[in-house]
Design a protein around this ligand. Structure first.
Ligand SMILES: CC(C)(COP(=O)(O)OP(=O)(O)OC[C@H]1O[C@@H](n2cnc3c(N)ncnc32)[C@H](O)[C@@H]1OP(=O)(O)O)[C@@H](O)C(=O)NCCC(=O)NCCS
Length: 174
């Protein structure tokens, strides 16, 4: 378990987190602002995500996704590193979401700052990158608060429903 503050912790995801994840996903904004989270979301989607995460982490021996928990151990959101350039590349994209009831309290700013330290120390990352949908001003603002700069790189993402969304690149040297 990695303490972020006295009341925010990063831990492993558990299969028992499915109900809480499913409840957070009733807010469509989480799906709207992320690439692969479906809407409507079902308990089966949560189970599949948790099982896939457990299998991949078991196969590689590397923890990819972290539960963001409150002081009572309740899951508030998730942050994860993608290793999209490989496990030893020193560079990776990462992604994150927080349940809507926790928004605008500074949680993700604090979590991303800690996550940058974890990525550097635990995964020997030199650079973290994120692509943010062009309309997600909140996420861009959070990244900038955490020292990320816009790279002016863009990617046209294809969502699960086949719609195309422009992602704007952000990057930070750790
Ligand atoms: C993006 C997200 C993780 C932010 O988490 P959070 O804990 O609410 O973020 P914080 O409270 O640390 O910071 C939010 C900042 O954005 C600001 N903000 C809020 N709404 C905003 C808006 N519409 N435009 C610009 N900034 C906005 C807040 O004022 C705050 O900045 P401040 O501290 O300078 O006042 C959360 O909104 C979320 O999960 N969204 C849906 C999923 C998502 O977008 N994931 C990221 C994909 S790239």
């Amino acid at each position: 378990m990695i303490p972020v503050t006295d009341s925010i912790f990063l831990t492993k995801l558990e299969l028992s987190d499915a109900e809480t994840i499913n409840a957070h996903m009733r807010d469509k904004e989480i799906s709207d602002n992320t690439l692969v989270i479906p809407f409507p979301y079902t308990i089966q989607d949560a189970n599949t995500f948790l099982e896939d995460t457990a299998i991949k982490e078991e196969e590689t021996g590397v923890q990819k996704n972290f539960a963001i928990r409150d002081g009572y151990g309740v899951l508030m959101g998730i942050i994860g590193i993608h290793f999209n350039f490989g496990l030893d590349a020193g560079k990776s994209e990462f992604g994150y979401w927080l349940g809507k009831k926790h928004w605008n309290k500074g949680v993700m700013t604090t979590v991303i700052n800690k996550f940058c330290e974890v990525a550097k120390e635990k995964y020997k990352m030199k650079t973290l990158e994120a692509y943010v949908f062009y309309f997600n001003d909140t996420s861009m603002h959070v990244l900038q608060k955490c020292g990320f700069a816009c790279t002016n790189d863009t990617i046209t993402h294809t969502k699960r429903d086949d719609t195309k969304v422009l992602g704007i690149g952000f990057s930070k040297l750790l």
